[in-house]
Design a protein around this ligand. Sequence first.
Ligand SMILES: CC(C)(COP(=O)(O)OP(=O)(O)OC[C@H]1O[C@@H](n2cnc3c(N)ncnc32)[C@H](O)[C@@H]1OP(=O)(O)O)[C@@H](O)C(=O)NCCC(=O)NCCS
Length: 188
Amino acid sequence: MSEGLFFPVIETKRLTLRPLAADDSESLLDIFSSPEVMKYWNTAPWSGIQDALDFINVSNESMLSEESLVLGVYLKSTGELVGKCMLFNHDKESKRAEVGFGLGQHYWGKGYINEAGEALIQYGFNALGLRRIEAEIDPDNHASAKALEKLGFTLEGVLRQRWEVNGVVSDSALYGRLISDPSSNSLA
Ligand SMILES: CC(C)(COP(=O)(O)OP(=O)(O)OC[C@H]1O[C@@H](n2cnc3c(N)ncnc32)[C@H](O)[C@@H]1OP(=O)(O)O)[C@@H](O)C(=O)NCCC(=O)NCCS
């Protein structure tokens, strides 16, 4: 597998997905310092620019080692960074990875994850050779559950009381999509 495969530029109708750069750190911090955006994450909202720079550095290292594919999501019309999407926990032998998304609150509900997510998933299946993509979410995260269902994921199970973050215990809902599953999405 060539290194370039983990540093792609992917175009959709309204969006460009590409690796994050240090220049994106202010915009990333704006998005991921929001308690609303981070409500269902298992980490606290980011508190300073170093969090953003560390995220970009760790992402680039994990892409070099082919463990993850972390892409910024940019509006084609303005060049604005609206969020990030990623395939992580890549298991090359089992041809599987986990998917994750996060958009700035201002950009929710515009179908961007439907569009970016399908493009990322198709890249995972067709370019990276994945057979299975999975997602783990808090069952109370209805926006994420709906977005995954629209992207053709199936709810495969619930793991009870899997997390405890700052004393709050929560379940995990596990979703999966196989390359052989029918695609329900025509946007990407
Ligand atoms: C989850 C998230 C990525 C969804 O992105 P999005 O671009 O707003 O999603 P889309 O606009 O593509 O919407 C997909 C579907 O979910 C629905 N949806 C969006 N927000 C919703 C909400 N709060 N409650 C219920 N459904 C919702 C949309 O209506 C759409 O369905 P429809 O086409 O039938 O109307 C976004 O809300 C987000 O970044 N949340 C914070 C971070 C997060 O929790 N990430 C998940 C961890 S993996």
